[in-house]
Design a protein around this ligand. Structure first.
Ligand code: PLP
Length: 463
């Protein structure tokens, strides 16, 4: 019996090297005692650095996790709660947490929040609100590989990458935006939005005020939406400070109300609080129609009431959240420094970064040719010989072969040290004569055009 086209089409992205690396890791995971020669997972953007802070809060606040208020159980109240607007106490606490991770430069209104089961759900819900199947969105590349699944798979929307280049540290330029917009026009796709990630996954950088202003000008000119996925806002560990698109709008005094209506923000507690298993995300919007539609859609991915209740208790403890954010930043900074200097000792440099749970690592000098095939060859050797799972730039749709995303916050310091030692041994055995060449501008600008695959053509979803 045939299944639906959606169930049988392959646009989910499960076969990307990003997910294949995870599968290989699952077959042979490193463990200091049980499996010391196993694969070390450095392809997972998880923040495990501050669990002790959450655990000690829970130990001191036992009522919060046991569904009690002043010692009395309200289990039944929670078990029956099913309002898709969410628990008011949680929305208020989340709004304050969002403001805190934005250095209280913006005030966040709980009424503009729609709760979703993680940022995955928030992103897809927004896409359902903003675009039709067969429309396009522009996404600055390199971008988070999960976007191919979250933004395209079930919505039928196409992603046209905005090709950023190492020449200027992968910053967004008007020329790159115009080029992507023109590509969409040639392909007969109507562009509905630009989707940015700030701080960036995979770059680990924050956008400058200049880039944000440029984006606002561009969406005003083209009359399209802007979605800013800001789920790494609490991970900014050194200067420059994080500037949210909400702050940019505030600074522009939101003179043009219509622009404010077209800017939406995505939030999650998966990275800032290290709780991807809790599935907590949100859409923040000033557009009443978006709020209303997304709230109705959120029935398909609600956050359970016990999770909301527990997090309302944790996040309304302001002393705790302030301390958590600042301590977590310090720990990320230390870990980032460890990875950058370890790689430097191997003759490998990283894009200068100030945020996130990963570094964007330049291994172009280790490729046997300036091709994506050579990048995959190197990736395989690092996976099967060095036994490190890192993500090749091509899985993030980077236009230049030789870049890799390497995560540093999901493993212990000891494991990170082992991974650097393994890499050093591998490089001295196999690449002893390869010195780190200083890439000249011709090198970094001679990028290949990313060939845009149109899944709907493959799978015949749109005539
Ligand atoms: C940019 C970005 N958006 C969304 C997600 C998904 O987050 P969540 O676990 O909240 O669904 C991730 C996860 O890595 C991400 O990096």
């Amino acid at each position: 019996m045939a299944l639906s086209r959606k169930a049988s089409c392959n646009s989910h992205g499960q076969d990307s090297s990003y997910f294949l690396g995870w599968q290989e890791y699952e077959k042979n995971p490193y463990d200091q005692i049980q499996n010391p020669t196993g694969i070390i997972q450095m392809g997972l953007a998880e923040n495990q650095l501050s669990f002790d802070l959450l655990e000690s809060w829970l130990a001191k606040n036992r009522d919060a996790a046991s569904f009690k208020r002043n010692g009395t159980s309200f289990f039944k109240e929670l078990a029956l709660f099913q309002d898709y607007h969410g628990l008011p106490a949680f929305k208020k606490a989340l709004a304050d947490f969002m403001a805190e991770t934005r250095r209280n430069k913006v005030s966040i209104d709980p009424n503009k929040i729609v709760l979703t089961a993680g940022a995955t759900s928030a992103n897809e819900t927004l896409m359902f609100c903003l675009a039709e199947p067969g429309d396009a969105i522009l996404v600055p590349a390199p971008y988070y590989p999960g976007f191919d699944r979250d933004l395209k798979w079930r919505t039928g929307v196409e992603i046209v990458p905005v090709q950023c280049s190492s020449c200027n540290g992968f910053k967004i330029t008007t020329a790159a935006l115009e080029e992507a917009y023109e590509t969409a026009r040639i392909l007969n796709l109507e562009v509905k939005a630009i989707w940015i990630t700030n701080p960036s996954n995979p770059l680990g950088t924050t956008m400058t005020q200049g880039e944000l202003n440029l984006l606002i000008r561009f969406i005003t000119l083209k009359q399209i939406h802007l979605v800013s996925d800001e789920i790494y806002s609490g991970t900014v560990f050194s200067s420059p400070e994080f500037v949210s698109i909400l702050e940019t709008l505030d600074e522009r005094k939101c003179k043009n109300e219509k622009v404010c209506d077209r800017v939406q923000v995505v939030q999650s507690l998966s990275k800032d609080l290290g709780l991807p298993g809790f599935r907590v995300g949100a859409i923040y919007s000033s557009n009443e129609t978006v709020i209303s539609a997304a709230t109705k859609m959120s029935s398909f991915g609600l956050i359970s009431s016990q999770t909301q209740h527990l997090l309302a208790s944790i996040l309304s403890d302001k002393t705790f959240t302030r301390n958590y954010i600042s301590e977590n930043r310090k720990r990320l900074k230390k870990r980032h420094k460890m990875l950058v200097s370890g790689l430097h000792g191997c003759g490998i440099s990283c894009l200068e970064s100030n945020s996130g749970l990963f570094c964007w690592v330049d291994m172009r000098h280790l490729l046997h040719a300036n091709t994506f095939q050579a990048e995959m060859d190197l990736w395989r050797r690092i996976l099967y010989e060095v036994k490190l799972n890192i993500s090749p730039g091509s899985s993030c749709h980077c236009a230049e072969p030789g870049w890799f995303r390497v995560c540093f916050a999901n493993i212990s310091e000891e494991t990170l040290t082992i991974s650097i030692t393994r890499l050093k041994t591998f490089l001295s055995a196999n690449y002893a004569n390869v010195s780190k060449k200083t890439t000249n501008s011709k090198d970094c600008c001679s990028r290949k055009k990313w060939t845009l695959q149109l899944p709907f053509q493959e799978r015949g979803l749109v005539e």
